[in-house]
Design a binder for this molecule. Sequence first.
Ligand code: ADP
Ligand code: MG
Length: 315
Amino acid sequence: MVVALGGNAILRGKQLNSYADQFENVRRTSRQMAQLVAAGYQLVLTHGNGPQVGNLLIQNEAAADLVPPVPLDVCGAETQGQIGYMIQQSLRNELTALGLTRPVVTLVTQVLVDADDPAFAAPTKPVGPFFPRDVAEQRMRTKGETWTEIDARGWRKLVCSPQPSGIVEADAIHIMVDAGAVVVAGGGGGVPVRRRPDGRLQGLEVVVDKDLAAYRLALEVGAEALLVLTDVPGVAVDFGKPTQRFLRRVTLAELEDHLVREPFSAGSMGPKVRAAYRFVHDGGRQATICALEDALAGLRGDAGTVVERAEGGRR
Ligand code: ADP
Ligand code: MG
């Protein structure tokens, strides 16, 4: 199974992001993941990194006169190690508490993107701290960056968000899963890289959506199911309206109908729905989007929004 952990699995609401808070949340998440291992599932875990990479970028900006700024791809790699460490430690503790022995390993993962992805035409994903207009304008002039005014808090830099076309370390993940390890991989959507015409890989200062990367990961490791864990019970139609209702079991064809009619939010539910759709479309047995607390029930099809090929899971 590939399990995508939402931001709330590590940080919740308006917490101050202290490491004590993060560890407490990771502990909560690890208890859920340990239940899945106890139920016999082989897991590849992936996770978001928004708040963590945001903090690194703030540190970058604040210390620019003291140490050279770290490029976005390297920040992504740093947060994979940082969050991976917290999961390795907590999950190992929770497994031990259940009397289970299982290696938990984090793999710094690179995700391939295509140089001709149309997303490179226009940056859309805000990253880093807010700045006043004059700083944004100066950076646009001197560095050719794209910035946009978000709200009263100010301006943020925008980067491109291309589709994941491959997982560079898929072979290594496979080996570790086959050896019985729980593998943490592709965190923050993976470190985006492109293959240059000479065949060599090169890091890019762009962001791949973590849910779409999870779909790609699930496909490439041959996962049976994709489980996307977040902070709502599932996918709602008419989200936020009086007519709102959560989807339970849907076939690909039904989900296709919804995708045509519903503009699922681009920055949040949209990529989850698309990841679920694509995974099942490309041969996966089941994709579930549900609340973190419902992980096991969701995998069993008893909670959340469950996407299957056809009625009753027939292929
Ligand atoms: P994560 O960190 O898990 O990726 P996101 O904030 O990106 O979390 O996505 C989950 C959020 O998506 C929910 O908290 C909810 O507010 C929002 N959302 C937007 N549209 C929908 C929808 N149609 N159904 C359910 N939730 C939605
Ligand atoms: Mg999200």
